[in-house]
Design a protein around this ligand. Structure first.
Ligand SMILES: [Fe+2]
Length: 252
């Protein structure tokens, strides 16, 4: 049997408040294991400064493997409200153009979903929003792939739901997006944002959809150590998830 496809799912690397030990640990794992691709689900920087994006561009380029990347709520200008409203993703797009690749695999496809908006009518602005326009873009891509037998991963920054359908959801439009994506044939959704890893499967309309969250490689830790996910996929076994955490300094 051929080797499974191997993807490293990393998120919330937060240049500006990065954990340099964790960044080195991740880069070493990429160099040693040469995954087929890295998927980064946003919050590349802490304050979307040019310096932070420049550092991120250099780091991602140095990984030397195909990379696909989504923006997070921290990737829109923070100190320049004029730019945030007019061209919120300009700095992110400049970095993306330098490091992003469209992933082409025989058995798996990655489709993006935008969950970040420049402003909201509620606080905090950091919470996710799935607009109808963003959802429609992703659904159109899934529709185009509907007779394609590949495993379909949607990549976004915010978890679509925090718990079972109907429970409190900080992501506006998340329940609707979850149901629509499940119905459109998505198999899994990768996200970041909460800085702790998770692996949950819920159902909508009889369609199961798996939600996988990656932790952070920043110093902004919540419940867990810096971490990333290793995803392995082949048609026989499906998608297998290994959650990898950085050991405490001094620990084995
Ligand atoms: Fe974050």
């Amino acid at each position: 049997m051929a080797d499974p496809l191997t993807l490293f799912h990393v998120s919330d690397v937060h240049f500006g408040v990065e954990d340099q030990l964790a960044h080195g640990w991740f880069a070493d794992a990429v160099a040693a294991e040469r995954p087929d691709a890295v998927i980064c689900t946003g919050d590349i920087t802490q304050r979307a400064t040019r310096r932070q994006f420049a550092a991120a561009t250099e780091w991602f380029a140095s990984l030397g493997v195909p990379l696909t990347i989504e923006p997070g709520n921290h990737d829109m200008p923070y100190y320049n409200p004029f730019e945030r409203f007019r061209t919120p993703f300009k700095r992110f797009e400049k970095m993306k153009n330098a490091v992003h690749a469209e992933l082409m695999f025989a058995d798996l496809v990655v489709v993006p979903l935008r969950t970040t908006v420049r402003a909201q009518t509620r606080f905090p602005w950091s919470d996710g929003v799935v607009t109808q326009k963003a959802l429609d873009r992703t659904l159109a891509e899934l529709d185009r792939l509907k007779d394609d037998g590949r495993y379909k991963i949607v990549a976004c920054h915010h978890p679509l739901m925090a718990g079972p359908p109907g429970s409190h959801n900080p992501t506006r439009g998340g329940d609707r997006a979850f149901a629509a994506l499940a119905g459109a044939g998505a198999d899994a959704v990768l996200s970041g944002h909460v800085h702790d890893a998770f692996d949950l499967t819920f159902e909508a309309g009889g369609h199961p959809l798996r939600m996988i969250g990656a932790g952070t490689l920043s110093t902004r830790l919540r419940a867990s150590r810096p971490s990333f996910n290793v995803l392995r996929y082949d048609r026989e076994s499906g998608l297998e998830l290994e959650h990898r955490s950085l050991a405490l300094p001094g620990a084995e």
